[in-house]
Design a protein around this ligand. Structure first.
Ligand SMILES: [Zn+2]
Length: 482
């Protein structure tokens, strides 16, 4: 094997879950290794992390109708109608991934009812902030929409939570999803599922879902329970050393697609008296301040969701006022002067480059004249801010190579790069997808992967479809196809 950017072949000795020795090829004596495998000159990298996932929702999504390829209401309805035709009224059709922001024909309840009849149908949007729900499902969930058939934000989340709770996932479903991630080179995820993560993940590991390290978040509604148990960020939660306590997650605004991301400027096309012309302040800043203070005092870090530039300003102000470091999740639209505030405050920007590819057209439409400071990865990096890449799975696929490719090329599907001046180099993108940089060190954990091509010299397409030959977690293979 060889390190990225090097032609020098190396041998690596793994022992007790850690990297025991790294030597030029041929200099480890055969006697030192009990078992050996030939990496055939592949590139070795530290295992990758996805710094923002909703793991259970991702597991659930594997079992739902994928609507992400449809770019109109008609096409979506065609897919939905043919799936509904296979089901009876006692079953339920659930789909995901639609993006109505740019449809020429807006969604209507009548059209969805016509396509689905009596089969209860719930379609969850790509950004999870709204759903298109038919009359039969509205009766089931006690929900009521207007003529669009859309539920948004809080009302949508409430139905989504009940829908997810009814999904009846098995350990095998979780294991499969973890294995799929490991096959893409993932050794760890930060899980922002809104659930009793500190209890559930150790149980999953004990049941054999052991292909990933998981840093688990807590939410405002579980914060007091976590504090009562004396848990602090960084604490280990299971006997295998895979699960650790992560940060408190707080959501301060909405999303771009639903025009609920909280911005300094109004969204185009919304009436002057629209109550949410500039988006939504989902948690009042006083409440955010109280929560962060409470968490900080108990040794728990914070990860705060902020998408619009106003939300980001307010969140950065709050961290600054409390003298607290933490992570800003998404940081999609930033005022130029706010970019420079991340590094001095020790704030990390937890970003999802593939969202820029998913949302570039919506961003052009909803943030016109402002997209030069949207998904501003290079500005953040050059300002000294630490970047962490993630997928926000299920919003995009739990595949770090898609994020790395999007960060480096700012393009997908053969389209011209979108704001290529905000691209970052491969080494930076890779580093932002690991825990401790690109170098493997003796004494460090044996979390590593072997890839077929050297990422530092790979093309954008090669990065996106990077073949991962092996993934090792704490010295054991979680993926192997050599
Ligand atoms: Zn998220």
């Amino acid at each position: 094997m060889r390190p990225p950017g090097s032609r020098q072949l190396q041998d690596l000795l793994v022992s007790g879950g850690g990297v025991a020795a790294i030597r030029p090829a041929g200099q480890l004596s055969g006697a030192e290794a009990q078992e050996s495998c030939d990496a055939e000159g592949r590139t070795v990298l530290p295992g990758l992390w996805d710094h923002h996932v909703h793991f259970t929702q991702w597991v659930i999504q594997q079992q739902r109708l994928d609507l992400s390829g449809a770019d109109s209401a008609d096409e979506t309805l065609r897919l939905v109608a043919s799936a509904a035709a296979q089901l009876s009224a006692s079953q339920r059709l659930t789909g995901f991934g639609f993006r109505d922001g740019l449809w020429h024909q807006p969604p209507t309840l009548a059209a969805l009812d016509a396509a689905t009849g009596e089969v209860p149908t719930v379609l969850v949007s790509a950004d999870l902030h709204c759903m298109w729900i038919n009359s039969a499902a509205q009766r089931q969930f006690g929900a009521a929409t207007d003529a669009t058939g859309l539920l948004r934000e809080t009302e949508s989340f409430a139905v989504l939570q009940r829908l997810d709770a009814a999904a009846e996932l098995t350990t095998a479903d979780y294991r499969r999803a973890a294995d799929v991630a490991a096959a893409r080179g993932v050794v760890g995820v930060v899980d922002f599922e809104n659930d009793d993560n500190t209890a559930l993940w150790p149980q999953r590991v004990a049941a054999g879902v052991d292909a990933l390290r998981v840093e688990v978040s807590t939410w405002p509604d579980t914060l007091e329970r976590v504090i009562d148990r004396g848990l602090k960020t960084g604490d280990g939660l299971d006997s295998q050393g895979l699960i650790t306590m992560g940060p408190l997650k707080v959501i301060v605004d909405g999303s771009l697609n639903t025009r609920t991301a909280w911005c300094w400027d109004p969204y185009p096309g919304l009436a002057a008296d629209h109550p949410h012309r500039c988006g939504v302040e989902a948690v009042p800043i006083e409440e955010l301040t109280r929560l962060l203070q409470r968490a900080n005092g108990a040794g728990i870090g914070a990860a705060v969701h902020a998408i619009g530039d106003r939300a980001n300003t307010e969140v950065i102000d709050t961290f600054a006022a409390l003298g607290m470091t933490g992570r800003v999740e998404h940081a999609q639209l930033l005022r130029v002067e706010d970019v420079a505030r991340f590094a001095p405050l020790g704030l990390e920007a937890s970003v999802q480059p593939e969202h820029a590819m998913d949302d570039r057209d919506v961003a052009d439409a909803y943030w016109p004249g402002r997209t030069d400071r949207a998904f501003a990865l290079r500005s953040l990096h050059e300002s000294g801010a630490r970047l962490r890449l993630g997928s926000d799975a299920p919003v995009s696929a739990l595949d770090p190579w898609a994020q790395i490719a999007a960060a480096v090329t700012r393009s997908r599907d053969g389209r011209a790069p979108w704001h290529p001046e905000q691209s970052i180099d491969v080494a930076t993108a890779l580093r932002a997808s690991t825990r401790a940089g690109l170098d493997l060190r003796e004494g460090g954990p044996a979390d590593l992967i072997l890839v077929d091509a050297d990422p530092l010299t790979a093309t954008g397409e090669q990065l996106r479809s990077m073949e991962v030959a092996a993934t090792m977690l704490a010295g054991r293979f979680t993926h192997w196809k050599l």
